[in-house]
Design a protein around this ligand. Structure first.
Ligand code: ADP
Ligand code: MG
Length: 689
């Protein structure tokens, strides 16, 4: 085939830039999506329908036909059988290479049918060339950058990086040998192999990344992530935070004023947090506990310790409803003890905001509660010492960084307490969150009755409505949750509004409320207070009630189109009931489109919900089914930065990397830095957040 015009430099460099391949090491780490096997010739007779076949033969016919559309049809005979080739786009080079009588090498997917053998748009060239000894890689690319161009650039980048010493081993043998598979390849040899695997390798082991060359690469990557977190921890330990020692007596008075006795688990985590706060080293702790396990009071006690020592505490929650619940609860506990609490959200009026900002800046407000508004640049603290973030995985990395920067001395950081009701599976806690101390509330307050969960088809809707009626007749309350339709907020709204209308009509005499994210805050507030006051029997809402709503008298939760939710999200929603003494139930309604049946996987998932109330178990299943996004939220999270390894699948490698990072950093600090620079480079601060 005659060479086409050589590509312009800009096509190449533009394409590489779009792919983010600027350094040689980036090129070396740009791995194939899949491979094509051009190392062997087959025969038409021995091939099967659908095979990718490469063969050589003689062109016995070639003509342009016009039915059903203009196309070049070529017949090639390899001595065993003939095969018809069809080209709908063709150029003079086709006619030249595929001339009658020419011997050619053909490669494509063969269809073996009743009307003979056929290939559409196969690759072709003159026969007799040398066969490559390696598989041909196919790389992820962008429009305008052809595979051969990219392949050449990648291989050249790999060679340059190797020649410059950039692929030298940073994992010494005493460390790599602790995971036997790692000794089969070095970084350099694994990359050389994956860019050009020798003929005969099992393609499946490359596709599922179980080949030892892949293992080596994944180990290198995981090690880099572990190192960066270890390093972040060591760096943080150089910072100072105010040591929040014993103050006059606020903490004691709060303990005495609480309307209940703390559970054993709450007492334990309070001690863990309190010890951290007394230290000059900034706390970096995750408090996890299932929905309803009582994290808020733990946060209040931490805040009290901070305020007692003469400092300010900030508490940030992801939604206004949740922030307000905290605000009210904390005011209820702390205001009688003389603590000044300020309130900051995006929706408050200018004058009120100005007043609040002044309270924060002067230090009069000892506790500041709010949404994202708390970290805006206009907020200046006088003496911030403790930041508490509820539902931390719903915040982006950048907001967490912004909170840390709220202290004016560059050498200081506030203590950080992150709370989450979505328990972090162990593998995840070990990997992307390795830089975190974890406290777990693994016990619910006494007197809770377990929630009974039922999975029902939407066809049972009327029965469910009857059940709501019965609950309300007994003086109880219920929630009805409609799913968020991600593609269309407007559609979402109509849907929720229609359901609200349907239920209002079906339940005469019951006050049915409506709550969704587009409502003005004042209206939301009014609806919530009617529900909290008990006048409203049923609350129809989108997932805005997911977190933090606490109405103990609500004992029935209906979730419509439950199959569209993540398991952890369902668990969170379900946690809105079962907060009082009455037996509570959760009904998961699933939709059956076009009268069909719910898919196998979807049913399996919902079954998990019916079988267990254990948030950890559910979280683990969710991680397996949906990946780490659910837990880490932001796209910029550490897990998303893993390109090769998969924390759920590569748990044994992860364990190795965890031990290896500590050993490398202490025994081979220079290699550790080299390894980090190679793998992480500029992404380090995102990983550390
Ligand atoms: P979550 O961990 O989901 O944030 P909350 O802090 O909202 O849970 O607590 C759930 C409910 O349990 C609240 O009404 C809270 O006042 C109550 N609670 C918390 N701790 C205890 C306890 N030790 N004994 C009884 N009730 C408690
Ligand atoms: Mg909470």
């Amino acid at each position: 085939m005659p060479e086409k015009k050589p590509p312009t430099r800009t096509a190449l460099s533009d394409g590489l830039k779009k792919l983010g391949l600027t350094r040689d090491i980036d090129l070396a780490l740009h791995l194939p999506l899949r491979y094509e096997d051009e190392t062997a010739l087959g025969s038409i007779a021995a091939s099967h329908d659908g095979d990718t076949l490469q063969f050589e033969g003689q062109v016995t016919d070639a003509e342009v036909v016009f039915r059903p559309r203009r196309q070049l049809v070529v017949i090639v005979d390899d001595g065993t059988e003939t095969c018809r080739l069809r080209f709908f786009n063709f150029y003079p080079s086709h006619h030249k290479t595929l001339a009658i009588g020419a011997r050619v090498r053909i490669r494509g997917e063969i269809k073996r049918g009743f009307f003979g053998n056929e290939m559409v748009h196969p690759a072709f060239k003159a026969a007799g060339g040398e066969l490559p000894s390696a598989l041909t890689p196919v790389y992820p690319t962008v429009a305008g950058l052809s595979q051969p161009m990219l392949r050449k650039a990648v291989w050249a980048g790999l060679a340059r990086e190797a020649a410059a010493g950039g692929l030298s081993d940073t994992i010494p043998v005493p460390i790599s040998s602790k995971y036997p598979a790692l000794s089969r390849y070095s970084l350099h040899s694994s990359l050389s192999f994956l860019h050009q695997p020798a003929a005969g390798v099992q393609l499946a082991t490359l596709e599922d990344r179980s080949h030892p060359a892949w293992e080596r690469l994944k180990a290198e990557e995981l090690l880099a992530h572990q190192l960066s977190q270890l390093q972040a921890r060591i760096e943080r330990e150089q910072f100072q935070a105010p040591a929040l020692g014993a103050g006059p007596d606020l903490l004691k008075r709060l303990h005495a004023a609480l309307p209940f006795k703390l559970t054993g688990a709450q007492n334990r985590v309070v001690r863990e947090i309190s010890a951290d706060l007394k230290s000059h080293q900034p706390m970096h702790r995750l408090l996890q506990g299932d929905v309803g396990s009582g994290k808020t009071v733990v946060a209040a006690l931490a805040a009290a310790q901070c305020i007692d020592a003469g400092y300010q505490c900030a508490l940030m929650a992801p939604t206004e409803i949740l922030a307000e619940q905290h605000f009210r609860k904390l005011i209820g506990w702390l205001a009688p003890l003389g603590v000044q609490v300020a309130w900051l959200t995006g929706s408050q009026g200018k004058a009120e905001r100005r007043k609040m900002l002044a309270l924060v800046e002067s230090g009069q407000a000892q506790l500041v509660v709010g949404t994202h508004a708390v970290v805006q640049s206009s907020v200046v603290f006088k003496r911030l010492a403790l930041a508490i973030i509820d539902e931390q995985h719903r915040f982006g990395v950048r907001q967490r960084l912004a909170l840390r920067e709220k202290l004016d001395q560059p050498s200081a950081q506030p203590h950080l307490l992150m709370m989450s009701a979505t328990p972090i599976p162990r593998t995840l806690a070990m990997s992307v969150l390795a830089d975190l101390d974890v406290s777990t509330i693994d016990e619910l307050p006494p007197g809770r009755t377990p929630i009974l969960t039922k999975v029902l088809s939407d066809q049972k809707r009327l029965d469910v409505i009857e059940r709501i009626q019965a609950q309300i007749a007994q003086g109880r309350q219920a929630y009805w949750v409609c799913p968020l339709i991600e593609e269309s907020e407007a559609l979402d709204l109509t849907n929720t509004t229609a359901t609200h209308a349907e239920l209002t009509e079906a339940l005469p005499g019951v006050i049915v409320g409506l709550l969704h994210s587009r409502m003005p805050p004042a209206e939301k507030k009014a609806v919530m207070s009617l529900f909290e006051g008990g006048q409203m029997g049923l609350l129809v809402s989108t997932t805005v009630i997911e977190v933090g709503v606490d109405v103990p008298n609500a004992s029935l939760m209906v979730i419509e189109h439950a199959e569209r939710f993540g398991l952890s999200q369902l668990h969170q929603l379900r946690g809105r009931v079962g907060r009082g003494a009455a037996a509570s139930a959760c009904v998961l309604l699933y939709g059956t489109p076009e009268g069909g049946r719910l898919g196998e996987l979807a049913r399996e998932r919902l079954k998990v919900m019916a079988q267990t109330n254990d948030g950890f178990l559910i979280a683990q299943r969710d991680l397996e089914l949906r990946g780490p996004g659910e837990f880490l939220g932001a796209r910029q999270s550490g897990a998303a930065l893993l390109r090769f390894a998969d924390i759920a699948q590569d748990a044994p490698l992860l364990k190795w990397a965890r031990d290896a990072s500590a050993e490398l950093l202490s025994a081979y600090p220079e290699l550790a830095q080299q390894h980090l620079a190679r793998w992480i480079g500029s992404k380090a601060n995102l990983l550390a957040a």
